[in-house]
Design a protein around this ligand. Structure first.
Ligand code: ADP
Ligand code: MG
Length: 233
């Protein structure tokens, strides 16, 4: 059973009289514990597609299920609850809270979303700091961390609630190539360790090569890159 299934998924943006067809009828399936990339130039629809998978925006038409739930019609409140339980997010510009330390940033979803008791929280945050290779940065605030370290904190934060799916929209766009490669390598390692499904987007062909399954977006149309594993595993 696929974790994410999309059938004839479409997204139009309407601004006044204008209709922009950002996603024009795409089909795909994402398997549990797979490592999937959507690649395409700026404006091809990556963010639009990831926002729909992340239940941040509704499809205009089509079918989208995640973990056996039809998410295309969830109201705002149900979508927020669904995200809190099933989905972690990593952003291009890290989106860490500047006044909190690395430890506190990672702990935040456990307090705000899942309301874990304090002892259980502490053990979980420490295990994520270690898994992300940043135990020695726990007490630093974001402005004391490098870009790569910030993104490691963000990846650890995305995973702390043990979501089934982590979505990363251009997570390496603000990093140099070597650091970008290491972040993708970290995500892949964490996929192996926690069996979390990772879906990321990029416009960088070198980064795309690290994925097991690659989908190419062009003007809202999707095709699977030849040679990438069909549905993975
Ligand atoms: P990418 O992330 O690949 O750069 P986007 O999903 O952001 O692509 O954009 C796809 C298309 O949809 C582009 O033509 C973009 O201008 C348009 N678009 C994206 N968001 C909006 C919006 N909120 N309103 C209107 N048009 C949008
Ligand atoms: Mg984008």
């Amino acid at each position: 059973m696929s974790l994410v299934t999309a059938k004839d998924l479409r997204k139009d943006y309407r601004t006044g009289e204008m209709v922009i067809q950002a996603i024009r009828g795409v089909d795909f399936a994402i398997e549990p514990a797979s490592f999937v990339c959507f690649v395409g130039p700026s404006g091809s629809g990556k963010t639009t597609l990831l926002n729909m998978i992340g239940c941040l925006d509704h499809p205009t038409e089509g079918f989208l299920t995640i973990a056996d739930t039809d998410v295309s019609t969830l109201d705002q409140r149900s979508a927020a609850a669904f995200r809190g339980e099933h989905i972690g997010f990593v952003f291009q510009d890290f989106n860490l809270i500047p006044v909190l330390t690395a430890y506190e940033n990672i702990e935040y979803p456990l307090i705000m979303v899942q309301k874990w008791p304090v002892g259980r929280r502490k053990a979980r945050v420490h295990s994520l700091l270690e898994a992300a290779g940043i135990s020695d940065q726990a007490d630093k605030r974001p402005d004391q961390l490098s870009g790569g370290q910030k993104q490691r904190v963000a990846v650890a934060r995305a995973l702390v609630t043990n979501p089934k799916l982590v979505l990363a929209d251009e997570p390496t766009a603000n990093l140099d190539h070597e650091t970008a490669y290491r972040i993708i390598e970290l995500m892949r390692h964490l996929r192996d360790e926690f069996e979390t499904t990772f879906v990321f987007s990029t416009h960088d062909p070198k980064i795309m090569a690290e994925a097991e399954v690659t989908y190419v977006l062009e003007d809202g149309h999707l095709h699977q890159e030849p040679g990438s594993a069909e549905g993975a595993q």
